[in-house]
Design a protein around this ligand. Structure first.
Ligand code: TXE
Length: 499
């Protein structure tokens, strides 16, 4: 950024080996926000090699958990010190509001604190081997060199879900943020240096995924790839990594249902109806729908559908769009012109499939927003499960509405997706809530809430939303190999062969 080198390889900051750079665009106005180094495949190979050397020959993997835990806490302290600067970078880069970016940096901090505490409390497991002379222990070791590939919607947050457990486990790594939104990750990597992460443990490159992908994923020096992004890219990575039997964890988004039962009326206006309308609205339109767990499919009981959808449409029309740096803005633009093109093509598709457009469906008219990639919150009523607009991830501010008449139909619709990342259920009937939550095949299910998560609970998907889990104890286990140590304290001949 600003002429400083942006790639960190083997502890040294450097420019791309061919001198290439990329303009980073502020999606709120289309202006160039920064110019950063664009890594070449050779830079990516160098980064993996540096991580390999740091793992095989450096002392990092053998550090005590107390040392690693202390380092993670130091990183968390620095994140809070630099919170405002990091949040501004995230807003300029992604377009999200500053309020959202500040929450992101707090969440990043929590992830580091969580893994700092978790790793410090991990104990080896002693098992009964069935022989009193044998001490049998199961221990965890770092998996090795990790490639961490993050997307553009939550750049630093998604990267932290990978870097924090990888560091806690004692791994070395190559981090590659999305080429669209690298700014916060570059600043974060500088902060890691300051915190005392040893050279070569965290290597940073940025650039086109298609160009750098083979060096990172078709590479026998890599032990684990953690990827968050689109389904098509996830498939490519899994296929490529299979050649080397490299372990892969994938988070590939979702097409997430939000089931609303008519009994919400029983809870009264405020905590029943109004809260449900509000959560459906926030669940789909926060960050202009560019959220893997966005509740993009409203599945609602027929008897309340007309009134509920009318309320939703009225509220969607009042959402204030604007530059994320303006405190009056409630939501920002889409991340790029290219992504807005994709969202617009889905709106055209929805209309051609016969869905009824009842809100949005166009860019805002406000001339102040004309330079940015804004798109109005959009609602399609009268949708059905055969429509592509209902089945495919649009990753934009588009809500589809389907109606049901009984609980079984609601569950069938909620599970009718190739994805399975997240779902919401709204009902005042506790027994029904429990039944439906268990029947839904999704990695996270919110009951009478939507969108929240905690670093202590696993995050990930069923079906084509991916495999593996981030966060929680499983999110650390992904970065660990399990070793069984069988220790015979009274060795004697096995006596199997008698000759
Ligand atoms: O993602 P990509 P894109 C979905 C969403 C979106 C679609 C495409 O539906 O519209 O994916 O978005 C890197 N080898 N999600 O094209 O390409 C890339 O540089 C290795 C859901 O932006 O998957 C970036 O760092 N890496 C999602 C990262 O992969 C490669 C969040 C994600 O980019 C690569 C974002 C390759 N061959 C989009 N090609 C979620 N799960 O939350 C690209 N990359």
């Amino acid at each position: 950024m600003d002429g400083d080198p942006d790639l960190c390889i083997g502890g040294a900051w450097r420019h791309a080996c061919d001198g290439g750079t990329r303009d980073i665009i502020n999606p709120a106005n289309g202006a160039v926000a920064a110019v950063v180094d664009e890594a070449t495949p050779q830079d990516a190979l160098d980064a993996v090699a540096a991580a390999r050397v740091a793992f095989d020959q450096g002392g990092w993997r053998a550090t005590s958990v107390a040392e690693r835990s202390a380092l993670l806490h130091r990183i968390a302290d620095l994140l809070q010190r630099d919170k405002e600067d990091l949040a501004r970078l995230e807003t300029v880069d992604t377009g999200k509001t500053l309020a959202e970016s500040r929450i992101d940096i707090d969440d990043v901090t929590s992830v580091f604190r969580y893994y700092a505490n978790l790793v410090a409390s991990e104990a080896e497991r002693v098992v009964d081997a069935g022989d009193p002379a044998v001490i049998s222990r199961v221990i965890r070791e770092p998996i090795g060199v990790c490639v961490l590939i993050a997307p553009w919607n939550y750049p630093l947050l998604q990267m932290s879900w990978k870097v924090a457990p990888a560091l806690a486990a004692g791994c070395t790594m190559v981090a590659k943020p999305s080429e669209v939104t690298p700014l916060s990750t570059i600043a974060f990597a500088k902060l890691l240096d300051e915190a005392g992460v040893p050279p070569g443990v965290v290597n940073l490159i940025q650039g086109s995924g298609a160009t750098l992908g083979p060096a990172l994923t078709d590479n026998p020096q890599v032990d684990f790839i953690s990827f968050t992004g689109g389904l098509a890219t996830g498939r490519t990575i899994a296929r490529t990594a299979a050649e080397h039997v490299t372990k892969v964890a994938l988070e590939l988004g979702g097409k997430n249902p939000h089931l609303v039962f008519a009994d919400i009326r029983d809870a009264g206006r405020e905590s029943g109806w109004d809260a449900a309308v509000d959560h459906v609205l926030t669940g789909v339109f926060l960050h202009s729908g560019q959220v893997c767990s966005a509740g993009t499919r409203l599945i609602i009981e027929e008897s309340i559908a007309d009134e509920f959808v009318a309320d939703l449409a009225a509220r969607a029309a009042t959402i204030r769009m604007g530059d994320g740096l303006d405190p009056a803005s409630e939501t920002g633009p889409l991340v790029s012109a290219q992504h807005r093109d994709k969202v617009e093509s889905y709106v055209r598709l929805g209309i051609s499939e016969g869905a009824q457009l009842i809100a949005g469906g166009c860019r805002p008219e406000d001339p102040v927003l004309a330079g940015g990639y804004f798109y109005r919150p959009t609602i399609f009523d009268r949708c059905d499960r055969s429509m592509r607009i209902v089945q495919e991830e649009t990753f934009g501010p588009i809500l589809t509405v389907e109606r049901f008449t009984d609980e079984a139909e609601a569950v069938t619709l909620g599970n009718d997706t190739e994805y399975g990342l997240a779902a919401g259920v709204r009902t005042t009937d506790t027994a029904r809530g429990e039944r439906v939550v268990r029947a839904l095949r999704h990695g996270t299910v919110w009951l009478n809430d939507f969108g929240y998560y905690t670093a202590a609970a696993e995050w990930g998907g069923f079906g084509r939303s991916g495999n593996g889990r981030e966060l929680g104890p499983t999110g650390l286990a992904e970065y660990q190999e399990i070793k069984h140590i069988w220790h015979n304290t009274a060795p004697a001949a096995a006596g199997w062969f008698t000759g």
